[in-house]
Design a protein around this ligand. Structure first.
Ligand SMILES: [Zn+2]
Ligand SMILES: [Zn+2]
Length: 249
């Protein structure tokens, strides 16, 4: 099983999860040309939510790969244009969706539009990935999935001080980002992982995703990781990556 966050930031998101027989993507917030050379087939597209950075390329990607789009009706009602001429499948929270070797379980996140995280299990290798993005805080259900996963892909959107001091954002936008309906800060993310580690959780990999290009940096995030969760430094990766992360190595 591999995970490949081809694009990951507040300006575009797309993550490929695949094994030798099955390939799915979570979000399609980049143009088709960004995924085409890297991915031969896609069996299904899952969507976290309808913000542009997650769905901007969805029509062409959907048609090129002839892959159905799994999405909650509540998540596309407000964005009909991007989903024009798309075959949409209503996303079920239960029972889980089966795509080839993968069992896909969505769970709600806390954002300013209906939004979902995903727990994906590869039943052939028994590996699992939990992807949590675009959420203002961590719920008990998110924690339940994260604590079962071999790989945690977790949003670390902004550095608190950088956001406060960033002059190009109006106050209402800063308040939205930092609210319970916005995004996770570096500190919120590392504190959550700290909590899991203290309860005995061991991860194979931790991948930080959705880092803001304006109010975060690799250096700021890694400083937070070193401060709060230094023992996982060897297994930390920052998204996007230039090649797939192999979970079977
Ligand atoms: Zn986003
Ligand atoms: Zn969003």
């Amino acid at each position: 099983m591999t995970v490949f966050p081809i694009a990951s930031s507040s300006s575009g998101n797309l993550c490929v999860i695949e094994n030798s027989t099955t390939s799915i993507i979570i979000d399609a917030g980049i143009p088709l040309k960004g995924i085409k050379p890297l991915c031969k087939k896609v069996d299904a597209i899952f969507v976290t939510h309808s913000h542009t950075d997650h769905v901007s390329g969805i029509g062409p990607i959907h048609r090129h790969y002839k892959a159905p789009i799994y999405i909650k009706r509540s998540a596309y009602n407000d964005k009909p244009k991007v989903f024009e001429k798309c075959e949409l499948v209503e996303l079920q929270e239960t029972p889980a969706t089966l795509i080839g070797d993968f069992i896909v379980e969505p769970f709600p996140t806390k954002h300013d539009t209906p939004s979902f995280g995903y727990y994906v299990t590869d039943w052939s290798s028994k590996r699992s990935v939990c992807l949590i993005t675009d959420t203002g805080f961590i719920t008990p259900l998110m924690k339940k999935y994260a604590s079962k996963a071999d790989v945690l892909m977790l949003e670390a959107d902004y550095d608190v001080t950088s956001l406060e001091e960033f002059e190009e954002y109006p106050d209402f936008l800063k308040a939205r980002i930092a609210s319970d309906w916005g995004h996770l800060s570096n500190e919120q993310s590392t504190k959550f992982i700290r909590e899991l580690l203290d309860e005995g959780k061991k991860f194979l990999k931790v991948v930080f995703i959705h880092m803001s290009v304006r109010t975060n940096s690799e250096e700021l995030l890694m400083n937070q990781v070193e401060k709060d969760i230094p023992e996982i430094l060897p297994i930390v990766t920052l998204a996007p990556t230039i090649k797939p992360i192999d979970l079977d190595e």
